[in-house]
Design a protein around this ligand. Structure first.
Ligand SMILES: Nc1ncnc2c1ncn2[C@@H]1O[C@H](COP(=O)(O)OP(=O)(O)O)[C@@H](O)[C@H]1O
Ligand SMILES: [Mg+2]
Length: 234
């Protein structure tokens, strides 16, 4: 069974006067432990799709199945529980809590789950080490560079051992060198830890991560697939 299946996702915004269809029938499946890049220009609907997959915003129509479970058929409490247990998120803006240290930020999702015990602390330290922030545990976000803040955010996204990591333009705020380093780090962690990952970017140079899918004109297709023989204009 696939970890993630999206069936004919449609997402419209606006009312009768100004309705726009951002996603016009997106289908996708991702296996356990598989990585894919979703490439699309600004405004293509990448964040909209990731928010739907991430159980943050329901589609106008279509289905999302996570581990065979029809996501939006669940009640809100079950959706939140599933989000906390199975999904990890990394965003362009790191969204670290300014008043918490790097270690406390990484521990936050475990605390929300009620698991802030010695085991979680040890795991948080291990993750900070894995992302190259071993000596930065006690630093606050303002004391870290952009690349370091994103590393802390990546460690935080992995503390509850997600099955699927959703990374929405995680390098969008970083210079070229840091972008490459963060991308390489995500690839390394994904291989080592075996979670599945959807990596969203508008930067074609970063699209070497797993399968490449192109989001264009509200539909998603495999890059180089028969639907997409021409190079997308991005
Ligand atoms: N909540 C919303 N209400 C109205 N329009 C929205 C909303 N969210 C996104 N959009 C529109 O949907 C389109 C896709 O946005 P988005 O998914 O953020 O694109 P991307 O992440 O690819 O840059 C844009 O035209 C945006 O203005
Ligand atoms: Mg976006």
């Amino acid at each position: 069974m696939s970890l993630l299946v999206c069936e004919n996702i449609v997402k419209e915004f606006g009312g009768e006067e100004n309705r726009i269809a951002v996603l016009k029938g997106v289908s996708l499946s991702l296996e356990k432990g598989e990585a894919a890049t979703i490439l699309g220009s600004s405004g293509a609907g990448k964040s909209t799709l990731l928010n739907i997959i991430g159980a943050l915003d329901p589609p106008s129509s279509g289905k999302v199945y996570l581990d065979g479970e029809d996501l939006y058929a669940l009640n809100d409490r079950k959706i939140s529980a599933l989000r906390n247990r199975k999904l990890g998120f990394v965003f362009q803006l790191y969204h670290l809590m300014a008043e918490l240290t790097a270690l406390e930020n990484v521990l936050l999702p475990a605390r929300i789950m009620g698991h802030e015990d010695a085991k979680a602390r040890a795991r948080a330290k291990e993750l900070l080490c894995a992302v190259g922030l071993k000596d930065r545990e006690k630093h606050f976000p303002a004391q870290l560079s952009g690349g370091e803040q994103q590393r802390a955010a990546i460690a935080r996204s992995l503390i509850n051992s997600p099955e699927l990591l959703l990374a929405d333009e995680p390098t969008g705020n970083l210079d070229r060198k840091n972008s490459e380093n963060i991308t390489e780090l995500l690839v390394k962690l994904q291989k080592e830890m075996g979670f599945a990952m959807l990596f969203v970017t508008h930067n074609r140079e970063l699209s070497s991560l797993g399968r490449t899918l192109v989001l264009q004109d509200g539909t998603l297709s495999e890059a180089g697939g028969k639907d997409n023989l021409t190079t997308p204009k991005i």
